[in-house]
Design a protein around this ligand. Sequence first.
Ligand SMILES: Nc1ncnc2c1ncn2[C@@H]1O[C@H](COP(=O)(O)OP(=O)(O)OP(=O)(O)O)[C@@H](O)[C@H]1O
Length: 269
Amino acid sequence: MIEVKDLKKKFDEVEVLKGISTTFETGKVNLIIGQSGSGKTVFLKSLLNVYQPTSGEILFDGKDINKMSRDQKQSLRAEIGTVFQGSALFDSMTVEENITFPLDMFTNLTFREKKRRAFEVIGRVHLEKANRKYPSEISGGMQKRVAIARAIVNNPKYLFCDEPNSGLDPYTSNIIDDLLLEITKEYNTTTIINSHDMNSVMTIGEKIVYLRLGIKEWEGDKDILINAGNKNLIDFVYSSELFKELREYFMKTNKTSIDNIITKPHKNE
Ligand SMILES: Nc1ncnc2c1ncn2[C@@H]1O[C@H](COP(=O)(O)OP(=O)(O)OP(=O)(O)O)[C@@H](O)[C@H]1O
């Protein structure tokens, strides 16, 4: 679980995060949404200690990251998996080498143990046939799966993803969403995802935090989002005609969950 208490972040005199408090529970997919410039990236980077908050607390299972020693931060870092925009893979390394990288960084496993673990996660994301390829030789969706495999190879307690669906078609985005939800359950991670993708919000958002101008303006799950009364949130989430019509359909039919409407694609792309 990650608890955030009254988190503020200023750059010079500009306050970007204006006192955000929320809780991200273990084993749940938490989505951070909001207009461009609302502070999502600064929020995620503050949680990851890339940015030092101006004030406030960030507690990883009760321990404040900003009060940790260097060694404690290093141990915490080994428990965090990250999937960044563009996958951020090493171009000169094969899929398998990319995935093994965190094991080289954070563990003392033997060569055989590392290989065994890498193969486990390669299998988990269905990339067995691509393990010797280089990132440039595989599709964007496959690159995302490599990034996810690399993020989970260390059995993380916390999983952070920044726009995991950026640049992917809707079909592949669904596959990535499903994978992130499944992994969250299997690994019991506290998963936090910055997202622009309303489809993700509707399908995997077990908790949604809506940021606006650096303030947490709304939070709740995907089912209560349909009936949310916050005008800014509704304008943002239902800005497309399709989602507007979907919402009207929901309101008319008194449905509260989208789960039975969205058809899931086949997992192996
Ligand atoms: N390192 C920085 N120094 C100064 N200002 C910054 C810095 N990083 C972000 N900001 C400002 O903070 C605000 C929020 O930026 P942020 O990148 O968090 O928005 P966002 O919600 O992630 O947007 P997007 O969806 O476009 O990625 C913006 O006004 C931005 O200019």
